[in-house]
Design a binder for this molecule. Structure first.
Ligand SMILES: Nc1nc2c(c(=O)[nH]1)N[C@H]1C(S)=C(S)[C@@H](COP(=O)(O)O)O[C@H]1N2
Ligand SMILES: [Mo]
Length: 359
């Protein structure tokens, strides 16, 4: 009972997309700050919150299989990073025709401060064998899958959440992949993966396996529902591709969508992020068409978190205005007017439109 009550309280301020398994967006106001408070951070889970025994096994193709506890992880050097997590399905609701899957609006994105041990140090303890190619991460969650499986061999009645990364990426110290046990300075909550979870910076958050139970080095590439079934861009006109890095995106946070403001100067503010390195340019359009004006873009406060931008708008004309913001990242990726449609509705980074009334 106590657990149910705690969960209910932890979830009270979110916008529910699906009550069971619990999936919910952040409220729009939560995105104005640098860090999203834990109780406002979006939640995406494919199964109910599981029991976790508190042990993390590291095995498979390794020289020294090990089992770690929370204390063992805490004994390793702790690294704290602010990381923007975005669900690959964020913005699905805007896609036409509407793809199947959770009907996410635009707020399945948040930024928290995560603290944990570095994955590459844990892998070094276990010593991957020479034949290792991928690393599989298994969550403790499993059960009946609420979506229609894509792979014919998937057992829908008892499926487990598992995802793999290339060993080269998992073992790369510069990737700074965390096995996190704290979120915003507190132990992880049940919805966010207690007692520990992966945090994979720059990747769509599906890679950040919650309730981490086992790490397994594989000598063959992994195939599974959450890797080669779902979380694949099924393009109508070109080969399928796995979902990996977050696509470049800007968001207007102020004035809030649908605001009524007095005529005069108005500071338009927002966030911008990309999994392909820092955002290098944000432009604002006030006509619903082209005519892009450069916004003031802040330097990143850290390597994996969204950036702030602002724009002084001379809001002199009374009436309804369309505000749009468009981001470009250091790799030269620019947000499209319409994001290319794919059957499962991932990676929608189309330029968002916000309407504001000037009186
Ligand atoms: N074990 C497990 N890990 C998981 C998932 C899951 O269903 N089970 N969902 C993934 C997806 S799709 C997302 S978007 C993020 C969401 O993390 P959050 O709930 O902390 O925001 O967790 C990822 N890790
Ligand atoms: Mo996701």
């Amino acid at each position: 009972m106590a657990v149910a009550h705690d969960l209910e309280q932890a979830r009270a301020e979110l916008t529910v997309i699906n009550p069971a398994p619990f999936n919910a967006e952040a409220p729009a106001e939560a995105l104005t700050g640098e860090i999203t408070p834990t109780e406002l951070h979006y939640v995406r889970s494919n199964f109910a919150v599981p029991e976790h025994e508190g042990a993390l096994e590291v095995g498979g193709a390794v020289e020294h299989p090990i089992t770690l506890t929370l204390d063992d992880l805490r004994a390793l050097p702790a690294v704290e990073r602010a990381v923007t997590l975005e669900c690959a399905g964020n913005g699905r609701l805007e896609m036409r025709p509407l793809p199947t899957g959770e009907p996410w609006g635009d707020y399945a994105v948040s930024t928290a401060r995560w603290t944990g041990a570095l994955l590459h140090q844990v892998l070094e303890q276990a010593q991957p064998a020479p034949g290792g190619v991928e690393v599989l991460f298994r969550g403790a969650d499993h059960g009946r899958y609420h979506l229609q499986p894509i792979l014919p061999e998937t057992n829908r009645e008892d499926l487990r959440f598992e995802r793999a990364l290339p060993l080269t990426h998992a073992a790369d110290p510069e990737a700074e992949i965390l096995i996190a046990y704290e979120m915003n300075g507190q132990p992880l909550t049940a919805d966010h993966g207690a007692p520990f979870r992966m945090i994979v910076p720059h990747w769509y958050a599906v890679a950040s396996v919650k309730w981490l139970q086992r790490i397994e080095v594989l000598t063959e590439p992994y195939s599974g529902e959450f890797q080669t079934g779902h979380y694949i861009y099924q393009w109508p006109d070109r080969p399928h591709e796995p979902v990996a890095l977050m696509r470049v995106r800007a968001r207007i946070t102020d004035p809030a969508p649908g605001s009524v403001i007095a005529a005069g100067t108005c500071t338009v503010r927002g966030k911008a992020w990309s999994g392909s390195g820092p955002v290098t340019r944000v432009e604002v359009s006030l006509t619903g068409e082209g005519e892009w004006h450069p916004a003031q873009l802040e330097q990143p406060k850290g390597p994996y978190q969204w950036q702030d931008w602002s724009f002084e708008w001379d809001a002199a004309d009374v009436g309804r205005h369309t505000l749009r913001a468009r981001a470009t990242d250091t790799a030269g990726n620019v947000q499209p007017e319409i994001s290319p449609w794919n059957r499962l509705g991932y990676g929608n980074n189309a330029i968002e439109v916000s309407y504001v009334d000037v009186t």
